[in-house]
Design a protein around this ligand. Structure first.
Ligand SMILES: [Zn+2]
Length: 129
């Protein structure tokens, strides 16, 4: 979900009747990197022909496998853990406020994404320039 974009180390707060409330959270293993704190730069970038070519280049492949091309995980910023809202501890008001927040963020993300897709940057990306 788009919601994953949020900075996942900050306390999660919502506004209820204009008062900011911090929601109960716990640390969970980051699902993006399974707690490693990093993932391969080219993860999923190779398929079919390109994968075979990459594997043929032994030096490259060794480096790749050993993590030389890994990058810090965006979701957890390399810590391997993320804050997760303890939904079962939320009051109905908190739940609703959180849902509204998420819907709002999803909308914002969709808008940003739509703008980006109409920009030259995106065209360059998909054409591989
Ligand atoms: Zn991660």
């Amino acid at each position: 979900m788009y919601y994953e974009e949020r900075n996942r180390h900050q306390p999660v707060t919502v506004f209820i009747d204009e008062v900011e409330v911090t929601l109960p959270t716990r640390w969970a293993i980051c699902s993006t990197c399974s707690g490693d704190g990093k993932h391969s730069l080219h993860h999923g970038a190779f398929s079919g022909q390109r994968l075979e070519e990459a594997q043929h280049d032994e030096d490259f492949w060794e480096d790749y496998i050993s993590g030389q091309y890994d990058k810090v995980c965006d979701s957890c910023e390399g810590t391997g853990k993320v804050r997760e809202v303890c939904e079962e501890k939320l009051t109905p008001e908190q739940k609703q406020a959180l849902q509204e927040d998420r819907d709002f963020e999803d909308e914002q993300y969709a808008e940003r994404r739509a703008e980006y897709m109409m920009s030259g940057e995106y065209l360059a990306e998909i054409r591989g320039y």
